[in-house]
Design a protein around this ligand. Structure first.
Ligand code: SAH
Ligand code: SF4
Ligand code: F3S
Length: 439
């Protein structure tokens, strides 16, 4: 038998890319590649890229620069660029970087195994009509008790700042039967929690038995799978939170009490300019309805500061919205103009102003995150162990609210679900005392 070829994969960007990297590694596995953590051992390096902000896409070129020396030392090394920069820049990547052998877009990566065997440099950034998911090998190389499952891909919303509709293409939902099969197949591999993924996951409308299913119906069906204990989904758009999905948060115990629901801004003027198609007030009313269904739910959001035309008053409206909601966590970004998007045509906010706003906003959301964590102290939580902690005899896992929880448990095993009482809150995690096993 010939020695296996080694594949090194680096993933940038969102959870969808994490899922895609795993599937690409499996597709190449069928061609004899095994993954390695050491780039210097690799016969092939695959960079799965993100285009969302300028900084994210520039990382690709600094990494490619560093791969140059490796390729000189090892001329047979293959270098592939996948993901959203691959889609956005295509052949331009070959021109800018001589080390790259192949460029593959997010909708074409099922063709990767053929591309790897092709002579010369190749680019595939098609949006093929065939369903790439059905052409990929079955999933079998899972490591932990949690897994991602892509149910929907692409976006038709065209927010004025965002590249995703261009890099991922139009919204497509995978059929119910395939998702049920993929989820059922994960359980015997030790998976107890699945996070459904989509750029617009709650716009899911997949072909199912008796017609088209929404996300709530899919969640209800998945909740019935024996051995699958926890469900989450991300990322949602406020306008796609329908009544059935809100109700599911109240009546599905498997659906965890945490929801990432990006609002981006609290100013109606900016929301309009962003093409978000809802007001700040509509978001607040939606939050009320979600909390009525599931009072202990933790909400998180994404925010962009310094969108073109954002005034101090607009920014203060965002701060007011944050104060009104009280988030458990939030991701915030300085606006980055992306080529080809409508907002990129508009005059930018001064960098110092945007920086100051970002700091002010981050201080507020950090304080909210800390108070959400402190509110857990004394409460009982269920924790799914994901890995050993840094201290001997310690395990780390996530609570339903997605807090990282450290527990002293010398006999604890990865994949075990336990009950514990939270004893303390530190910057990014909670500490808890074990109450009982197999919660
Ligand atoms: N589909 C998701 C998120 C997509 S990208 C949604 O609709 O919310 C993740 C986050 O990156 C966005 O929520 C937004 O806050 C941020 N983002 C997207 N484009 C950006 C840009 N041009 N500049 C700064 N942040 C951006
Ligand atoms: Fe981008 Fe808006 Fe689509 Fe989210 S909803 S992926 S922010 S265009
Ligand atoms: Fe980035 Fe593409 Fe995800 S741009 S955030 S990797 S969808």
């Amino acid at each position: 038998m010939t020695e296996a070829k080694k594949l090194f994969v680096k993933t940038y960007g969102c959870q969808m890319n994490v899922y895609d990297s795993e599937r690409m590694a499996e597709a190449l596995g069928a061609k004899g590649y095994v993954t390695t953590e050491a780039v210097e051992d690799a016969d092939m390096v695959l960079l799965n890229t993100c285009h969302i902000r300028e900084k994210a896409s520039e990382k690709l070129y600094s990494d490619l620069g560093r791969l140059r020396a490796l390729k000189v030392a090892k001329p047979g090394l293959k270098v592939g660029v996948a993901g959203c920069v691959a889609q956005a820049e295509g052949e331009e990547i070959l021109r800018r970087s001589p080390v790259v052998d192949l460029v593959v877009g997010p909708q074409a990566y099922h063709r990767l195994p053929e591309m790897v065997e092709a002579e010369g440099r190749v680019v595939d950034t098609d949006f093929p009509v065939e369903d790439k998911f059905s052409l990929l090998p079955e999933r079998k190389s899972l490591r932990g008790p949690t897994a991602f499952l892509t149910v929907q891909e692409g976006c038709d919303k065209f927010c004025a700042f965002c590249v995703v509709p261009y890099t991922r293409g139009a919204e497509v939902s995978r059929p119910v039967a395939r998702l049920m099969d993929e989820a059922r197949g994960l359980v015997p591999q030790g998976v107890r929690e699945i996070t459904l993924l989509g750029q617009n996951v709650n716009a899911y409308h997949g072909a199912g038995p008796e017609g088209v299913w929404g996300l709530a119906r899919l969640l209800r069906a998945l909740a019935g799978i024996e051995g699958l204990e926890r469900l989450r989904y991300t990322t949602s758009h406020p306008n796609d939170m329908d009544d059935d999905l809100i109700a599911a948060h109240g009546d599905l115990p498997e659906l965890m009490p945490y929801l990432h629901l990006p609002v981006q801004s609290g100013s109606d003027r900016i929301l309009k300019a962003m093409n978000r198609k809802h007001t700040a007030d509509a978001y607040l009313r939606l939050v009320e309805r979600i909390r009525a269904a599931r009072p202990d739910i933790l909400l998180s959001s994404d925010f962009i500061v310094g969108f073109p035309g954002e005034t101090d008053a607009d920014f203060q409206a965002t701060m007011d919205l944050i104060r009104a909601v009280g988030f458990g966590a939030a991701f915030s970004f300085k606006y980055s103009a992306r080529p080809g998007t409508p907002a990129a045509e508009k005059p930018p906010v001064a960098a110092e102003v945007a920086d100051a706003r970002l700091q002010e906003l981050q201080a507020l959301v950090t304080a909210q995150q800390q108070s959400a964590q402190k509110a857990m102290v004394g409460r009982e939580v269920e924790v799914l162990y994901e890995k050993p902690g840094r201290l001997p005899g310690q395990m780390v896992g996530k609570s339903g609210h997605l807090h990282a929880v450290h527990i002293a448990d010398p006999v604890g095993r990865i994949g075990e679900m336990v009950r514990a009482r939270v004893s303390a809150s530190s910057t990014n995690s909670l500490a808890a005392d074990l109450i009982s096993r197999s919660a």
